[in-house]
Structure formats: structure tokens, C-alpha cells
Ligand binder design. Structure first.
Ligand code: FE
Length: 151
């Protein structure tokens, strides 16, 4: 199968068939690096998985009762035991939606919606692009972005 290598400021990647292996550089922001990656490859939809390690992470918790977000940043070295996420489009821009599970030094886990995290160590991702574009629109009643397959 055809393979091709690509490089950005904060990432490098190998494409094999339709699938990418992506490495994010030490000390880089995951969201910044992956957003740059999807833009550079013109990926409009797909699935992402990853593992690695981070030195800080900001998680977001959504409270449906008052439509409020509560953000919390953790400044410590943690194993990124899993990232699972997807790509869609909001207002014409690529949007990454990622959830993360983090392992602390005492082997307990933190988990949640990922706002951003900084790689410290490895950042290893697999990216599965889908051959479509998919749009999300904010639902004001609920307070979050939903897929709109009519768009
Ligand atoms: Fe989420």
C-alpha cells in the first residue's frame, strides 16, 4: 500500500492508504497540533485515537441544568491512557471533539472532555478520515453542538 510522510510545526505523520499515524512533538499542545494537522490534510470528518503522556491538561464538564461549562486544569505529569474523538465542521472550520483518560502518578484516573493538554513525552495518534463532511450546529435549547445531517 502507498505510504507518504508529512510534517507540520508541531507534528509529523505517515499516511498509509487512507489512514494516518501522527506523532505530536514533546511540549506541544494537542489541540493546536491536531487542528493544524487536519487543516493541512484537508480532513473534514473522521475518528481519532491516541495515547502518550502530558504535563498538564484542561478538562471541561458540561452541566445541562444551567447550560454551563466548568473547566479545570491539572498541572502534573500524567499518562494519556486514551484519547478518543472525532472531527466535524462548525461555522466552516474543522472542529475536534476529544475525550481523554489520564493516569496519575498514584495510578488513579482522571477523565473528561478535553479542552487542551500539553504533550510531555510521546504523543501517538491514529487518524481515520471519513470520505464526507459533517456539520455541527449549536442547539441553544440544550447548550451544545449537535450533528446536522441536513447540512
Ligand atoms: Fe465532549
Amino acid at each position: 500500500m502507498d505510504t507518504q510522510n508529512f510534517k507540520g510545526t508541531h507534528w509529523s505523520a505517515r499516511k498509509t492508504g487512507p489512514i494516518y499515524i501522527v506523532s505530536i512533538k514533546d511540549q506541544s499542545s494537542i489541540v493546536e497540533a491536531l487542528t493544524d494537522f487536519v487543516k493541512s490534510q484537508n480532513i473534514q470528518a473522521g475518528e481519532i485515537t491516541g495515547i502518550g503522556a502530558v504535563s498538564e491538561a484542561t478538562l471541561r464538564f458540561f452541566k445541562p441544568s444551567d447550560k454551563k461549562y466548568v473547566d479545570k486544569t491539572f498541572h502534573e505529569q500524567m499518562e494519556m491512557t486514551n484519547i478518543s474523538g472525532n472531527v466535524s465542521e462548525i461555522d466552516g472550520k474543522p472542529m475536534l471533539h476529544m475525550h481523554i483518560t489520564l493516569g496519575r502518578e498514584d495510578y488513579t484516573a482522571l477523565a473528561g472532555h478535553l479542552l487542551d493538554a500539553k504533550i510531555r513525552g510521546a504523543g501517538e495518534f491514529i487518524f481515520y478520515p471519513l470520505d464526507t463532511r459533517v456539520v455541527k450546529v449549536k442547539n441553544e435549547e440544550v447548550g451544545i453542538n449537535f450533528y446536522d445531517f441536513e447540512k
